[in-house]
Design a protein around this ligand. Structure first.
Ligand code: HEM
Length: 211
């Protein structure tokens, strides 16, 4: 099963992402609220490109099966940023160097390579529907903020069932063995890019990390 192969081939990098100092500090309630806001701002830069690609890929015969309106995060990110930083949030939320690299990669592979789009789509949305749910409840408890609508997926039904269907779609896609390998490689790149974004955030907001 391709879905199981993707998961297996990337679980080491998932562990590294999960263990990022910044995320540990975030869920441990150790950051200033500005640290959480900083992460939401980076997500905004990333999802702006990912969801622009989704608008293009929704008519693709293969990648289109993964695009779902209920996943769209950009309006939720904007609402969270208004709540966290106020109406002038755009001026207070610049992309970090790692976020710019991530956005560049998305532009490079998500607009004319359906498998590349799915690799990045999978890494973000399945993560948001998994560990993301845990992060959201930790943020609500630890920071007393409800600006967590990014993690609320009202339009997809049960997240567990959605993930099951998503994995079935990965298994059903007509990719050759070679294409499947390329997609796994791109998921690994997606994890690297996410880890780098978390490292930038850690340098800015986690105590004890060199600036
Ligand atoms: C606090 C940090 C995190 C925790 C506790 C966490 C936890 C989890 C758990 C428990 C699952 C399995 C869910 C299931 O099988 O239904 C999962 C899946 C996943 N996570 Fe994370 N995660 C974290 C961070 C991340 C990050 C930073 C990313 C990438 C940006 C990510 C991407 C994914 C993906 C793509 C899956 C789906 C794997 C698959 O079943 O194919 N996670 N996560």
């Amino acid at each position: 099963m391709f879905s199981a192969a993707v998961r297996r081939s990337t679980e080491g990098r998932h562990r590294d992402a999960e263990r990022a100092t910044f995320l540990g500090d975030l869920v441990g309630g150790k950051l200033p609220l500005a640290g959480y806001a900083g992460m939401v701002a980076q997500h905004h830069h990333i999802y702006a490109v990912l969801e622009e690609a989704a608008a293009v890929m929704r008519t693709d015969p293969v990648a289109g099966a993964f695009v779902h309106d209920g996943l769209t995060r950009l309006p939720a990110l904007e609402a969270d940023l208004v709540a966290l930083l106020g109406p002038g949030w755009r001026d207070q939320a610049p992309a970090s160097a790692a976020t710019l690299r991530y956005a560049d990669r998305l532009r490079e592979v998500c607009f004319d390579w359906p498998g590349g789009f799915v690799a990045h789509h999978y890494t973000r949305y399945l993560g948001d529907l998994s560990g993301g749910q845990y992060i959201a409840s930790a943020v609500r408890k630890g920071y007393g903020t409800t600006a967590t609508s990014f993690y609320v997926f009202d339009g997809i039904g049960s997240p567990a069932q959605f993930k099951t269907h998503y994995r079935e779609a990965l298994d059903a896609a007509p990719w050759s063995a070679d294409e499947r390998r390329r997609i796994v490689d791109e998921v690994l790149i997606a994890y690297e890019l996410n880890i780098a974004v978390l490292e930038d955030l850690g340098r800015e907001f986690s105590a004890g990390q060199a600036a």
